[in-house]
Ligand binder design. Structure first.
Ligand code: PHE
Length: 458
């Protein structure tokens, strides 16, 4: 179906573009997922592989998505239909819509835990708490069946309301002022963490690379995290780029976003790992890691409760801005391709996510009926995460670089990335095209073959 002929919204400036993209990238991925995956997968070695994935795979994919989105100014499915009419490439868009749902099912659950922690911190539940204390609070927070569900629905309602109100004005302003504050709070956390007795051990764990820890599943997990972190491989950046200003320097923007995002993740790691070793916890503690360490970091500080409350408020904002971009993918798909109004589309998608999100949330209780259902050896929460991050996003990324590398006319790619010759970055683009055509796809294919055991990279 043809899209509406309304004038499409746009971000107001280059700075707004940067903060909106960064607002999508920075989220629970940095403060929750990055630390716990690094903890489970061997620390420095995992970080090393992750950084390679961000810069050699993530960046070219991001630039390719920016190109597709800004050129087509359409939703993720419509964009491919417009640039390659009638071709099967729009399957990338459909996979993206699916990935967005799968991610939202568990992401909204974790965001619900974060919202709940704001009130626990405010109430002083963590004052002078012990290691056992934080573990038991987290355990209770995720298994008591009703509260986590209600929090998840509150999260979804907040996201829906902001999306209905129209993203630009609200979100642009929120991200611009609050991301820097989150940054500051993490640095306070870092300073405190670095004065703990286990600081050395924590930093060693995070930064010392032990190559023997790099196994095929570790590589695939690092790759999946790089895609998840930078919101890639699922049409999210395509959708956002469809709102970009015409004269945005997309290469510079992608580099700034990837770099800033990586810094936030590292700062979160520096806050968390010293605490892990100081308070006798396990780096491989899993999805609860953030919720057990950060309260300990703040618990003995003067004004600890206030700092902790602020930390969870800002984390919930980061999570919320990331979710806006996640849900925006199916929202614009349903409105532009299927003719729903924006409001109806938001409501429909919220209902879909709330319905299936229940599976992720209730599966956290391993003693419950749902918690015992295993598909391919994984509960619902992990399954949604695995299929999206480790399969759909990297496959989507592979297809996107192939599309831009082999289907799109090179001259046009150069014209768009130079903003019709106004930017003086041609040599850079030549190397980018080389990487996009040969390096990124080959690396992606190697990681896949490696992870199914057909070749050995390490
Ligand atoms: N990048 C976000 C985070 O790290 C998650 C996300 C994934 C957002 C995919 C949009 C698309 O929290």
């Amino acid at each position: 179906m043809e899209s509406h002929h309304k004038v499409r919204e746009k971000f107001s400036s280059g700075l707004a573009v940067f903060f909106a993209t960064l607002g999508s990238a920075v989220g629970l991925g940095n403060i929750w997922k990055f630390p716990y995956l690094t903890g489970e997968n061997g620390g420095g070695a995992f970080l090393f592989v992750y950084l390679i994935c961000v810069f050699f795979i993530g960046l070219p994919v991001m630039i390719a998505e920016f190109y597709v989105g800004r050129k087509a100014r359409q939703n993720a499915v419509g964009a491919f239909d417009k640039l390659a009419p009638g071709s099967p490439w729009k399957v990338i868009g459909f996979m993206g819509v699916l990935a967005s749902y799968l991610i939202m099912f568990f992401y909204s659950c974790v965001a619900g835990w974060v919202y709940a922690y704001i009130f626990k911190a405010l109430r002083g539940d963590f004052t002078a708490i012990t290691t056992e204390g934080v573990q038991s609070i987290f355990g209770q927070a995720v298994v008591s069946p009703l509260p986590p569900l209600v929090w998840q629905w509150i999260v979804l309602a907040v996201v829906a309301i902001i999306l209905i109100c129209g993203v630009q004005k609200g979100i642009e302003r929120i991200t611009k002022t609050l991301l820097p504050v989150l940054f500051l709070l993490i640095i306070i956390c870092d300073i405190r963490s670095l004065t703990l007795s286990g600081a050395r051990e924590g930093l060693d764990f995070l930064f010392r690379v032990d190559f023997s820890k790099i196994t095929p599943p570790v590589i695939l997990t690092a790759l999946g995290l790089a895609f998840f972190k930078l919101s890639l491989g699922m049409g999210c950046m395509i959708t956002y780029a469809s709102y970009f200003t015409e004269n945005n320097n997309m290469i510079a923007n992608s580099a700034r976003v990837a770099l800033s995002d990586t810094i936030v993740s590292l700062l979160a790691g520096i806050a968390i790992f010293p605490a892990v070793f100081s308070f006798g916890m396990q780096p491989g503690a899993g999805p609860g890691l953030l919720f057990m360490t950060i309260p300990m970091v703040f618990s003995q500080l003067p004004f600890g409760n206030i700092l902790l409350t602020a930390f969870f408020i800002l984390s919930s904002i980061a999570a919320t801005t990331a979710m806006l971009s996640l849900v925006e993918v199916p929202v614009v798909y349903w409105s532009e391709q299927r003719g729903l109004s924006r409001t109806k589309s938001v409501i429909l998608n919220t209902i879909i996510i709330a319905a299936f999100g229940v599976l992720a949330t209730l599966s956290a209780d391993k003693t419950s009926l749902l918690g015992n259902i295993q598909i391919f050896g994984k509960g619902f929460f992990d399954l949604f995460d695995y299929i999206s991050s480790n399969i759909l996003l990297p496959v989507g990324g592979l297809l996107i670089v192939m599309f831009v590398g082999y289907v799109v006319k090179q001259d046009d790619y150069i014209r768009e990335l130079t903003n019709h010759g106004t930017l003086n970055n041609k040599p850079l683009i030549q190397s980018l095209i080389f990487v996009t055509k040969y390096i990124t796809p080959i690396l992606l294919v190697l990681v896949f073959l490696n992870s199914v055991g057909l070749i050995k990279l390490n």
